[in-house]
Structure formats: structure tokens, C-alpha cells
Design a protein around this ligand. Structure first.
Ligand SMILES: Nc1ncnc2c1ncn2[C@@H]1O[C@H](COP(=O)(O)OP(=O)(O)OP(=O)(O)O)[C@@H](O)[C@H]1O
Ligand SMILES: [Mg+2]
Length: 255
């Protein structure tokens, strides 16, 4: 069976600088793959290639075996790809529920024409979006935040809401860019438990960019370490963690 997500020899060049230089990886259904590496290693650029925000200079991105290298971001979302951002990006001025409904609406919308003409299908679609958004909030235990305006949320809660919004898209592949950054140790532990539950309940494949080994080690089935745009190591988390080259590059300590 084709991997849910596959990168084949992906490269991104900015001028004469190779930010990503020949990255290949696979994420299978139900699997959590961690993408780690020092600052500037190329993790976020790799992510952006997967989501379609950043065009690849070379290589290919496949979703369920379908080549989406040149597909726009929204088309990939429609194929089951959802993400969160390194810096939380919610729609300011809207409540938590409204933020989620924007995402959920993709699945329940009767189409732009129906929406624009305010046909009866529109009301049904909105009701369905509200239902989906509410169900996701309940699943994550966030119903009490439903009517809170998102700008007033502390970062820990904003991160949860961003995760909730991604889940409204019913993702087959969930991409998380440093989801625990800005969280305190207690919030981080809760977040890890929540992601484990998401994985167990929804079974979506995840690609997780994260610095915090306390997040990566308990969650990931497989780790890919990047350094200077390349894959330095790839394998089982414990093996990768104990690899001397990885220790030198990632942890900054001599092997
Ligand atoms: N649009 C751009 N133009 C030029 N260089 C860029 C651009 N975007 C990223 N870079 C460079 O590419 C390299 C990889 O950046 P990237 O953001 O992927 O790193 P990262 O691994 O996510 O690091 P961090 O852990 O700090 O988030 C960095 O040297 C960065 O400065
Ligand atoms: Mg980054």
C-alpha cells in the first residue's frame, strides 16, 4: 500500500543556498514520524513543501501515491492534509467555534454558488459545520472555550484550538510544526497525551516537527533527523537518539 505521505528527493534552493537538499521520507497510515534537527536545518521549509506553501526546486511529494508536487495548497487540504503552524495562526476577531467552523465548512459546504445565493443548502451546511466543530471541541475537552475570541487565549490554549481546527478537516495526514513550543512542562505533558489520544482514536498519520525530545520520544514510531537541509539519520527513535552523529549535530555535544 502506498504511504499516506511520501517525499522523494525533495530540494528547495533559495538563490545559491540549498535550504532542503534531497529529503526523502514516508509516513504510513496510523504512523507518527518525527522530523527533528537544529535551528535552520530545513524542517519548516520541508513542511511548507508538503503543504504547498513552498514550491520544491526538485523532487516529488505524494499523498496516497498521488503526485501533488504541483498541486495548490487548497487541493492538498481537500485530499486530507491538515497542518498547524510553528507560530500559532488563528483567525483573529473570531471566536474559537467560528475558527473551527471555517475549517469544518469545507466538508459541509454545498458549494460556493449555493453559499453566494444564500440557498437553503447554505443553512444546512452551516449547521453541519457547527456540529462538526462542536464535536471536535468536545473530543478535545475544549467546549468551554467555544465563544472565546481567539486573540484573548493564552498560547497553550491557542495551540489546542489550532489542533482542533486541523482536526475539523478530518485529516488523513496531520502536520504539526513545533506544537509544544511556548508550552510549559505541564501543558506539554497534556499535549503529548492528547496527541496520543488523537492518534489512537482518529488513526491519522502525523508528521511532527519538534525540538523537545520529551514530546518526540513517546509519540513517534520513526524519527528523521535533518541537518543543513539533508537527512542525517532516520530510524527507530531510540536508535536515532543514541546515534553519535545525531548527538553531535542535534544536541550540540561531541560524540
Ligand atoms: N524564503 C526564504 N528565503 C531564503 N532563505 C530561507 C527562506 N526560508 C527559509 N530560509 C532559510 O532556510 C533554512 C532552513 O529554514 P527552516 O525554517 O526550514 O529551518 P527549521 O529547521 O525549521 O529551523 P527552526 O528549528 O529554527 O524552526 C534557514 O537557513 C533559513 O534561514
Ligand atoms: Mg522551523
Amino acid at each position: 500500500m502506498a504511504a499516506r505521505l511520501e517525499l522523494r528527493d525533495v530540494g528547495v534552493r533559495f538563490g545559491t543556498f540549498d535550504a532542503v537538499d534531497g529529503v526523502s521520507l514516508k509516513v504510513h497510515a496510523g504512523e507518527v514520524v518525527g522530523l527533528i534537527g537544529p535551528n535552520g536545518a530545513g524542517k519548516t521549509v520541508t513542511f511548507n513543501v508538503v503543504t504547498g506553501l513552498q514550491p520544491a526546486t526538485r523532487g516529488a511529494v505524494l499523498l496516497d501515491g498521488v503526485d501533488v508536487t504541483r498541486a495548490p495548497a487548497h487541493a492538498r487540504t481537500g485530499m486530507g492534509l491538515a497542518r498547524t503552524f510553528q507560530v500559532v495562526q488563528l483567525f483573529a476577531g473570531m471566536t474559537v467555534l467560528e475558527n473551527l467552523m471555517v475549517a469544518a465548512h469545507r466538508f459541509t459546504s454545498a458549494g460556493v454558488v449555493t453559499d453566494a445565493l444564500r440557498l437553503p443548502g447554505r443553512r444546512r451546511a452551516l449547521a453541519a459545520a457547527r456540529e462538526r466543530a462542536s464535536a471536535v471541541l468536545a473530543f478535545l475537552g475544549l467546549q468551554h472555550l467555544s465563544d472565546v475570541e481567539v486573540s484573548s487565549l493564552p498560547v497553550g490554549q491557542a495551540r489546542l484550538v489550532e489542533l482542533a481546527r486541523a482536526l475539523c478537516l478530518k485529516p488523513k495526514v496531520l502536520l504539526l510544526d513545533e506544537p509544544a513550543s511556548g508550552l510549559d512542562p505541564a501543558e506539554t505533558a497534556d499535549f503529548v497525551a492528547l496527541l496520543a489520544e488523537v492518534r489512537a482514536t482518529l488513526g491519522c498519520a502525523m508528521l511532527l516537527v519538534e525540538h523537545d525530545m520529551g514530546v518526540v520520544m513517546p509519540l513517534c514510531d520513526h524519527l528523521v533527523v535533518m541537518n543543513f537541509g539533508r537527512v542525517l539519520a532516520s530510524g527507530r527513535p531510540a536508535d536515532v537518539r543514541d546515534d553519535p552523529e545525531v548527538k553531535t549535530a542535534y544536541l550540540g555535544t561531541p560524540a
